[in-house]
Each structure stands twice: as structure tokens, then as C-alpha cells.
Design a protein around this ligand. Structure first.
Ligand code: NJP
Length: 247
């Protein structure tokens, strides 16, 4: 309670579910995404349920310069971010490396990796000064295990894992914790994006199985944040019960 949590990709799926959990836990919220109407609706809904301040920012996280300006531009009461959840991310297309769409690959690297680096660069200096904070990376099983057809996405999440590990090393000796969350398949809009808007293909991914829901990942995210200060949950691999690898 009383902490400030910044969540990117808060307009749907895991980010939205985490925003609800953080609000329930009494955090002030900074919610970031591109879809303004979704963010405004979420802000209103959360404030109807919980008595917490919510600030929204409509931003494409690929704009690294805008990210660098964020700490100075935030209203003073939200500026000291305690929990940073750079969750915005996407998987575009299913392509073997010899057919990789380079525009898709660049979008995945920019969104899943560079934006996260920029957010960490922007918000950890204040955490270091205050000697408190929590970096929560929304990685993936794809950050541990690469699979056919996912060259761009798997490379992006492996890069994110490396960055999280470096962050953990860099911040040894501070009270700042670093957690990498590695979900298996979670039923969100994520697979619709992957099939470039083709909802029927996205639905087929989950046919006949009981997948994880965004709320399941949000529960685990909150778990990592609510351990005693001396406990750092470094990595969290979360599968649906039907699943045991990325394949
Ligand atoms: O997906 P979805 P998830 N700038 O599509 C935002 C990882 N993950 O919740 O901008 C700013 O519902 C987008 O907002 P908007 C995955 O890699 C998932 O499942 O309004 N925001 C939306 O709020 C990702 O890192 C699964 O379109 C941008 C959000 O990102 C994270 O979980 C498995 C943006 C995406 O919400 C959340 O994905 C796994 C941009 N340029 C890891 N681009 C899974 N679902 O199966 C996107 O292992 N967003």
C-alpha cells in the first residue's frame, strides 16, 4: 500500500489484470498504452472500485525519447515509481528465420526490449537514490526456450532475460528487487496480434485446453511484490497445468 506502480501495456491482458491487483493492494497507478479510450475506461473503473490515484499516459513505448522524458513530466505525486512493470509486448507473425519479416522483427525488438531498457534507465535512478524499488520484467517461456517459427519473439525475450540478469547484478547491494516472470500461454489479445488480427486463428490456439488467464499472472506478479523485503523472487515460470514446455 502507498507505493506507486507504473504498468505499460495496461490497456488489456496481463497489464490490465496487474493494474487491478496493484490497485486492490493500495498502490497509486501510472498506466501506459496507446489505446486512449481503453486506458480512460480502465482508469474510471479502477477509481470506482478502489480509492487510489490513477494517472494515464497514452504513449507508443517505441518512442524512447518520450520514455526518457516521462519521469520529469509525471505529476509530482506519481514521480517516484516504486514498482516498474514494463509489460507492453507483442509477438508478430509466425515465420521461419529464412522468411522472417524484418519489420515485424524490428517492432518486436523495439517494443519487447528497447522500450524496457529505456523505462529502466528512466526510473531506476530515483529507486537507487531512495534505495527501494522493484523491477518486474514480463518475460516468457520464450525467454528460456526458443521454438520454431518464433525467431524474432524468442530472440527478444532472451534479450530481456539477459537484461534482467544484468539488472539483478547491477543492483546487488541495494534494496531494489528484480523479478522475471515467464508465463506459458495466457489467453489474452496477444495471440490475435500474433495472427495479425485473425481472431479465428487466435481462438484455435486455445481450443480444447484450459489456458492461464491474465488474472493468474497478475496473482503471481503480486506475490513477488509482497514477499518480505529481503526475499527476491528472481524468476517465476508459470505454466497452465496442460503445458510443460513452449512447444
Ligand atoms: O497481451 P495483450 P498480453 N506501445 O495483447 C501494449 C507477455 N506474454 O497481456 O498500445 C505501448 O493483451 C498493448 O496496448 P495498446 C507478452 O510478451 C504473454 O498477453 O493499447 N503499448 C496492450 O496493452 C507481453 O510482454 C503471453 O495496444 C503497447 C499490451 O501491450 C506481456 O506478456 C505469454 C505497444 C499487450 O496486451 C503482455 O501481453 C508469455 C506499444 N508499442 C508472455 N505494443 C501470452 N499472452 O500467451 C503493445 O509468455 N502494447
Amino acid at each position: 500500500a502507498g507505493q506507486t506502480a507504473l504498468v505499460t501495456g495496461a490497456s488489456s491482458g496481463i497489464g490490465e489484470a496487474c493494474a487491478w491487483r496493484f490497485a486492490e493492494a493500495g498502490c497509486k497507478l501510472v498506466l501506459v498504452a496507446r489505446r486512449a479510450e481503453r486506458l480512460a475506461a480502465l482508469q474510471q473503473a479502477i477509481q470506482q472500485h478502489y480509492n487510489v490515484p490513477v494517472h494515464t499516459i497514452v504513449l507508443d513505448v517505441q518512442d524512447l525519447e518520450a520514455i526518457a522524458r516521462l519521469p520529469a513530466e509525471l505529476p509530482a505525486e506519481f514521480r517516484e515509481v516504486d514498482i516498474l512493470l514494463p509489460n507492453a509486448g507483442l509477438a508478430l507473425g509466425v515465420a521461419s528465420v529464412h522468411e522472417l519479416d524484418m519489420q515485424d522483427a524490428a517492432t518486436m525488438i523495439n517494443t519487447n526490449v528497447l522500450s524496457v531498457m529505456a523505462l529502466v534507465r528512466a526510473f531506476t535512478p530515483s529507486m537507487v537514490v531512495r534505495n527501494r524499488g522493484h523491477l518486474l520484467f514480463m518475460s516468457s517461456i520464450a525467454g528460456r526456450e526458443a521454438y520454431s517459427g518464433g525467431g524474432g519473439y524468442c530472440a527478444s525475450k532472451h534479450a530481456l532475460e539477459a537484461f534482467a540478469t544484468s539488472a539483478r547484478h547491477d543492483l546487488v547491494g541495494t534494496n531494489i528487487r528484480v523479478t522475471s516472470i515467464q508465463p506459458g500461454a495466457v489467453k489474452t489479445e496477444f495471440s490475435v496480434v500474433r495472427f495479425k488480427g485473425d481472431g479465428s486463428k487466435a481462438d484455435a490456439v486455445y481450443e480444447g485446453i484450459h489456458p492461464l488467464l491474465a488474472a493468474d499472472i497478475a496473482d503471481n506478479t503480486l506475490y513477488a511484490c509482497t514477499r518480505p523485503p529481503h526475499v527476491q523472487v528472481a524468476e517465476m515460470l508459470v505454466f497452465a497445468t496442460y503445458q510443460c514446455s513452449a512447444k
